[in-house]
Write a protein that binds this ligand. Structure first.
Ligand SMILES: [Zn+2]
Length: 327
């Protein structure tokens, strides 16, 4: 059993991983794009649970109306899983979504910001292909659709599915940084004697590597720990200002100044508990901030929907500059 609140790491051979992950990695060799997954299933579920606990009563009722008694954690990995399905994918028994076996939506899970370039609010979108195929713009668009009174129930279900997942992805630093390494997938490391790439190392740095094992675990202990971290660190302010942009800039800065800077020193060799102890506070902080911000996005969409009237589903005209009303 893996203890999430301590530095205990359980290694399982890669062959025990989810088949989709293997397929995803194989596809990387062809497509040369970062993977859609981040944090592993447990991390995404914990982010979803943190957000769920922070919903206003109105937003909570609206979520219930959309996905029934299925919790946000249950739908938090559907945006990844649908990439490996054919035709129609059923998300956690809550609703159907058209599968995306050609992975056209995969770029929605990341933004490739070169680590050699300094980025700002004004230049960030230069790295969003077609002005929409990146995580930053998709978080904004899915939130807009979720709050759009003109959107259908099905559109809102799918928007919620994406929003819950890709908000987590945006907080994985290596989903926001590019060093000619496909988001760290081409940088090799040895962690506790096991070879793995830098991206995978970060996906599972505080979780068991075996995704089947992760998927069976209760995410509540990790979510509770994140809630305590939020309370102790007063992270409620993370949900104010233009935090969709901030999340990407923060992630990029962490990737550059912590992850790649460390890699340039150690080349990923002989990593172990000291590396995990050094980096796991950052991982938990990213997960916690993702949960806070996800709650604000859902609350703004489903509890303050009257603000959104007049915007169509693809509009990017919503301002997120108001303080997030965490309750
Ligand atoms: Zn993803």
């Amino acid at each position: 059993m893996v203890r999430l609140n301590r530095v205990v790491y359980s290694y399982h051979p890669p062959m025990n991983n989810f088949i989709p992950r293997l397929i995803c990695l194989l596809s990387l060799a062809v497509a040369a794009v970062p993977p859609a997954n981040a944090w592993g299933p447990l991390g995404h579920k914990a982010v979803a649970l943190v957000a769920q606990e922070r919903l206003t009563p109105t937003a909570r009722r609206a979520v219930y109306d959309l996905i029934g008694g299925v919790g946000l954690d249950k739908i938090s990995n559907c945006a990844d899983s649908m990439l490996f399905a054919k035709d129609v994918y059923n998300c956690a028994g809550a609703f159907d979504v058209q599968a995306d076996p050609k992975k056209k939506t995969q770029p929605w899970h990341y933004i490739s910001l070169p680590i050699t370039v300094s980025h700002s609010r004004s230049t960030l979108m230069d790295y969003c292909p077609n002005g929409k195929d990146c995580v930053v713009e998709q978080v904004r668009r899915q939130a807009t659709t979720l709050g759009n009174p003109k959107a259908s129930r099905e559109q809102k279900q799918i928007a919620l599915m994406y929003l819950v997942h890709i908000t987590g992805d945006e907080h994985q630093p290596l989903h926001n940084a590019e060093d000619n390494d496909i988001g760290g997938n081409r940088k090799q490391t040895t962690f506790m004697g096991v070879k793995k790439n830098l991206h995978s190392l970060w996906d599972d740095l505080i979780m068991p590597e075996d995704w089947k094992e992760q998927d069976k675990m209760d995410p509540s202990p990790l979510a509770d720990e994140l809630q305590r971290l939020i309370a102790a660190g007063d992270l409620g302010s993370a949900g104010s200002g233009d935090f969709i942009i901030d999340a990407a800039l923060e992630s990029h800065a962490i990737a550059k100044t912590k992850i790649h800077a460390q890699y340039s020193k150690d080349k990923g060799r002989n990593l172990g508990l000291p590396y995990q102890q050094q980096m796991q506070p950052t991982v938990k902080l990213r997960l916690a901030k993702a949960g806070v911000r996800l709650a604000v996005l859902i609350n703004q969409a489903l509890d303050r929907g009257d603000m959104l009237q007049g915007n169509d589903a693809d509009s990017d005209s919503i301002s997120y500059s108001e303080p997030g009303g965490l309750q």
